[in-house]
Design a binder for this molecule. Sequence first.
Ligand SMILES: N[C@@H](CCC(=O)N[C@@H](CS)C(=O)NCC(=O)O)C(=O)O
Length: 195
Amino acid sequence: MKLFVSSTSPFARIVRILLQEKHIAHEQLMVDPWACPPALIEANPACKVPTLVTGDLSISNSLFIAQYLESAYPDRALPPVTAAELAQTALAFELIEAFASIIIGRRSRDDFDVSPVGLRRRETLIEGLQRLNSTAPVFDNDSTLRMVHIVVVVLVDALRFRFGDAEWVPDIARLDALARRLNQRPAFLTTRPLL
Ligand SMILES: N[C@@H](CCC(=O)N[C@@H](CS)C(=O)NCC(=O)O)C(=O)O
């Protein structure tokens, strides 16, 4: 099994963490999706990471890959989720998409961050981060890793990686604490975003 990834993609990081935490043997192919390497186009005409190649099939999109891993490896499945937890996970994923939309928008115009769409995405981040922080998931010594932990920490690290503590980033002390804690795990530590 092969996984196309990049060193900065939060979507790829979700799958990289899942594969490591589930101890699923695989090979990671580090690429720049914007350079459209032929092997990635062949696997996924959208030329995006993550893309998983298994046998003669390619599966794109982090959530579909996660779904595939859950059904292909039922003995390593994540714990069942409640509706409240799924809502929290969906919100965090929505914020990763808003974040990615800003980073991708910068490729089409230098002032994207302060364009109408850029500011709309920033407002989504501000409001969404505040909501997530107020109901931040807990992870202590007795906790089992859940999808919500992975998606929230991937969001926080991506945000801090690209925006640091920019003046518009709200106080997310509880989310930062969760990220500090989970980044002690090898699967998180070894996949932190870097340029
Ligand atoms: N919804 C997709 C998003 C994947 C995505 O947009 N990946 C970015 C990297 S963060 C990419 O490969 N972009 C290249 C492009 O848009 O052409 C997922 O969840 O996997």
